[in-house]
Design a protein around this ligand. Structure first.
Ligand code: CMP
Length: 142
C-alpha cells in the first residue's frame, strides 16, 4: 500500500468489515492493490453522473451521500462507496462529500476486479451491501 503513514497495512484493512474473515494471504493481495487517500471536510469523494474509477473505503471520518441534491445517508468508518459504477460501468449514482476530514483506502477499477477474483468472499459481502442499498433506494422511490 503506497502513501500510508502510521498504522500497518494489515491493521488498516482489518478495520474494514468488507475484509473481515479474510486470511492474511488474502489481505496481502488487497494490500498490494490499495493506496491511502486523505480528504478534507467539504471535499467531494465522488460526483453524481461522473465516471467511476475507484472504490473508496473509509477508515476515519464521515461523508454525506446525496442523490439529486437530497442527502440520503451518511457513511463512516468501515463503509465503502463507489462500487456501483465499477460493477456496471455506469455513471456515479450519488455525490459523496466529506463532512469531516476523511482517511480512506482507494482501490482502482482494474485492481478492484483483480481483488474480487482473488478473494471471492469479498464479492459476497459487496453484493449484500449492494442489495441493501438497492432496497434503500427502492423504499425512497415509493
Ligand atoms: P457509485 O454509484 O459508484 O458512486 C456513488 C456511490 O454512493 C455509490 O456507488 C454507492 O457506493 C454510494 N451510494 C449510493 N446510494 C447509496 C445509499 N442509498 N446508501 C449508501 N451508499 C450509497
Amino acid at each position: 500500500m503506497a502513501g500510508r503513514g502510521g498504522s500497518s497495512p494489515l491493521e488498516l484493512l482489518a478495520q474494514i468489515p468488507l475484509f473481515r474473515g479474510c486470511s492474511k494471504d488474502e489481505l496481502k493481495h488487497v494490500d498490494r492493490a490499495v493506496t491511502q487517500a486523505d480528504y478534507t471536510a467539504g471535499q467531494v469523494l465522488c460526483s453524481e453522473g461522473a465516471v467511476g474509477r475507484e472504490l473508496i473505503m473509509i477508515i476515519d471520518g464521515e461523508a454525506e451521500v446525496q442523490r439529486g441534491g437530497t442527502v440520503v445517508t451518511t457513511v463512516g468508518p468501515g463503509d465503502f462507496i463507489g462500487e456501483m459504477s465499477l460493477l456496471d460501468g455506469g455513471p456515479r449514482s450519488a455525490t459523496v462529500t466529506a463532512t469531516t476530514d476523511v482517511k480512506a483506502l482507494v482501490l482502482p477499477t482494474r485492481e478492484f476486479w483483480q481483488v474480487l477474483d482473488e478473494v471471492p468472499a469479498l464479492a459476497h459481502r459487496l453484493l449484500r451491501t449492494l442489495a441493501e442499498r438497492l432496497r434503500a433506494m427502492d423504499e425512497r422511490a415509493f
